[in-house]
Ligand binder design. Structure first.
Ligand code: ASP
Ligand code: MG
Length: 452
């Protein structure tokens, strides 16, 4: 079985729902299909909840009417038959009637607020299931609220999800497509709750892990992860394969990909995650798995607004406990450190939140000397498979950057990352030369050498 997840834009227009049906039909595997709310709906529902909380019932009612009008015109284009449309109207009337009744309950509690927010996914899945039924597809709707559970800390209960879901699946062995809601779940108080904003990816990963799916596919409107920032670098391309660790390194750099914790259940159970593009379904997308067969250097990413702090102390020479003292200060000011390099008598670190920089510096000066901080720096991160026996990787990277002053280098912390610190004025140049040298130069050379 596979798990396919479609986000808000992928279900946001009636014709997009039509193409999802086609995509499903073009692939023979049995699937659980996780849907988000239509784009814009979750925000609208949150805003309705806010009005209700502020006792602005007239405003809340107005927002409900506006949103309902959107759904009424949506279903007119979604269904092809009178019967289909009647069913769609029934769903929209019922769900919006329920939203109205929730707004009326006083005092307005977080419990109602979460129920209102859950309506987005309830609407999209019920409407889509009714559409598949209208079209004579062999599908069924599994209410996520019957199997998706979180514990008192908000953590998903994988074992309980697995048990409940497999029981439900065994009751419907003949169904080819199983539709369910992303994002929503129940908490230990049996209330409706959710997996936080953007949580539908998490739902897909939890389901995929729970049923040990063959593959989890996340369908969006971009063609997978790119090897470099397409806003700055010309010749970027989608990465075919990434390991879970490489994906996590890139996620930190704000690459447009799943949040690393989102794919944890998939990683735990070794279920590959594929990022696919609804606009270009035939493209292979990006596959995130335990192992990959691809090239050793996978991607380049950059993180802006970095400050470097240079700490010296002759007391560090052959001493222990010095680093602890340094890091205690960062801990005290709740400031995460990104990169670290050390020599016998100095430590350099980078931070991206310089809110407490003055206080941090003052505390550090009590036992060390500080060189002037470098602000406006950039971490360039090269991600790939750099296991200990690989040779020549650092050489290729440094050779590409030979005209750019480098302030720090960090290599060997993990087998997936080489990071460099440069001034942000060199960022575009660095990304571009690295792109050419690491991704195109080799290919060009290969062509030359293999040419007849
Ligand atoms: N609809 C929810 C949100 O907008 C969940 C999701 O789309 O992943 O955050
Ligand atoms: Mg999303």
């Amino acid at each position: 079985m596979q798990v396919w997840k479609f986000g808000g834009t992928s279900v946001g227009k009636p014709e997009r729902m039509h193409s999802i049906r086609e995509l499903l039909n073009n692939d023979p595997s049995r699937k659980i299909v996780v849907l988000s709310a239509l784009s814009g709906t979750t925000n609208a529902l949150i805003s309705i909840g806010e009005s209700a909380k502020a006792n602005e019932d007239v405003a809340a009612a107005g927002k409900i009417d506006d949103l309902k009008a959107h759904y009424e015109s949506f279903i007119k284009a979604l269904y092809a038959t009178e019967t289909g449309l009647a069913k769609g109207k029934e769903i929209v009337d019922a769900e919006f009637g329920y939203i109205r009744s929730l707004v009326g309950i006083k005092p307005f509690a977080p419990k109602q607020e979460k129920e209102i927010v859950a309506e987005g996914e309830l609407l999209s899945t019920k409407m889509f299931q009714a559409y598949l039924e209208e079209q004579g597809e062999n599908s069924v709707l599994f209410p996520a609220l019957e199997f998706m559970r979180i514990d008192a800390d908000g953590e998903p209960e994988l074992a309980a999800i697995e048990e409940k879901l497999s029981a439900m699946l065994s009751q419907h062995p003949d169904k080819q497509t199983i539709i369910t809601q992303g994002f929503i779940c129940r908490n230990p108080r049996e209330e409706v709750d959710n997996l936080k904003r953007g949580g539908s990816d998490y739902t897909a990963s939890l389901i995929g892990g729970a049923i040990r799916a063959e593959e989890i596919q996340i369908w969006t409107d971009i063609d997978g992860m790119h090897n470099n920032d397409p806003r700055i670098v010309k010749r970027t391309f989608p990465i075919r394969e990434l390991t879970f660790e490489e994906a996590a390194e890139l996620a930190y750099f704000g690459a447009k990909i799943l949040h690393p914790s989102t794919i944890t259940p998939a990683k735990l159970r070794g279920v590959p995650v594929r990022l696919k593009n609804t606009m270009q379904p035939e493209a292979p997308g990006t596959l995130i798995a335990n192992q990959t067969s691809e090239r050793e250097i996978k991607a380049i990413a950059a993180k802006d607004n970095i400050t470097a702090i240079y700490i010296h102390s002759t007391r560090m020479l052959n001493a222990y406990g010095f680093l602890r003292r340094v890091f205690e200060i960062f801990e005290k000011y709740k400031t995460p450190v990104d990169m670290i390099t050390t020599s016998e008598v100095s430590v350099s670190v980078t931070i991206d939140n310089d809110e407490n920089l003055q206080a941090i510096s003052a505390d550090l000066r009590e036992f060390a000397d500080l060189e002037e901080h470098d602000r406006d720096q950039n971490i360039i991160c090269i991600v790939g498979n750099f296991s200990a026996d690989k040779e020549g990787i650092a050489l290729k990277v440094l050779d590409a950057l030979k005209h750019i002053p480098i302030r720090m280098i960090s290599y060997g912390a993990s087998e997936h990352n080489l990071s460099l610190l440069i001034h942000s004025k060199y960022k575009a140049e660095a990304l571009n030369v690295l792109n050419e040298r690491l991704f195109f130069y080799e290919d060009a050379m290969k062509d030359i050498f293999t040419a007849p």
